[in-house]
Design a protein around this ligand. Structure first.
Ligand SMILES: [Zn+2]
Length: 280
């Protein structure tokens, strides 16, 4: 099973186009046919707006009020994400400062100069505390910005050595989106009913390619969202916070699961109770 250490998370806003989400998953799983690149080879210059927690770099074509709204929304969403992860007043974490947001002029500029693939709508580099996106994308403020902040704060908190399954890392990021991929539970339930469900232990190891079945791709998002949503809303926020704290302390994922939730000795056992909950 491939583990994930939180680098180069691509956000693709799913609009039902198969290529968008398939390639997103390819990257998420770490089969990097197109490696997320941090470098920006553009000759274009950046304007700059500095706030309390963010430095926003933006193209001169991006309207000032959009930049200001990104700053204001970013500050609000940052607080919300930190609160969602239960670390608002955690003395062991000092919080991230100077998260960098690059706002490209448009999709073309983003694709051409950020080194991202044509289907990408946003990307987070957790280690560099950097988010790159562009204005004219659906869900910018409600989904993409919170999602990418979720990746950055999650990793800033638990550290870069922690090995967590990708479904968990993505699920945590999706949980920060305002709509939280509504409908995910139904998609997973349907998959269980028709035999296409992928158990959590196998989810990270799934190989997806450009011509992979669209349903499998959607299933990855949906299962990630649903499983983390289940952990937080059904098994308790406090337990979830403790679980994150264990990961931060260097406890292995499965050991942390057992330590906090007691009844789960393996990911399979979590998988089983989550499935029963969905089917109940
Ligand atoms: Zn993500």
């Amino acid at each position: 099973m491939k583990n994930n250490k939180g680098d180069g998370h691509i956000y693709s806003y799913h609009k039902g186009q198969i290529n968008v989400s398939v390639t997103f998953i390819l990257l998420c799983f770490g089969f990097l046919f197109i490696k997320p690149s941090f470098a920006d080879d553009s000759q274009n210059t950046w304007q700059q707006l500095k706030g309390q927690d963010f430095i926003i770099y933006y193209r001169s074509a991006v309207p000032d009020d959009f930049v200001q709204t990104t700053m204001d929304t970013g500050e609000d969403e940052l607080k919300r994400v930190i609160d969602n992860l239960g670390i608002t007043s955690n003395p062991s974490w000092t919080g991230p400062r100077q998260i960098k947001i690059y706002i490209y002029k448009d999709h073309d500029d983003f694709v051409k100069n950020s080194g991202q693939a044509i289907w990408a709508h946003g990307v987070a580099f957790a280690r560099a505390k950097t988010i790159k996106l562009y204005p004219d994308v659906a869900g910018f403020f409600d989904s993409i910005l919170p999602h990418e902040l979720g990746h950055i704060i999650f990793r800033d908190y638990i550290g870069f050595d922690a090995e967590v399954p990708l479904w968990f890392e993505e699920g945590v990021a999706i949980y920060q989106e305002k709509a939280k991929r509504l409908g995910s539970n139904d998609i997973v339930k349907e998959a269980i009913a028709n035999g296409q469900f992928i158990p959590l232990t196998q989810l990270t190891g799934v190989r997806l390619y450009k011509d992979s079945n669209n349903q499998v791709v959607d299933l990855f998002y949906s299962e990630s969202a649903s499983a983390v949503y289940y952990l937080i809303t059904e098994l308790g926020e406090q337990e979830f916070y403790m679980f994150l704290q264990e990961l931060k302390n260097g406890t292995a994922f499965v050991d942390a699961l057992h330590k906090v939730y007691l009844r789960f000795k393996t990911t399979d056992e979590l998988n089983q109770t989550w499935m029963e909950y969905l089917q109940g």
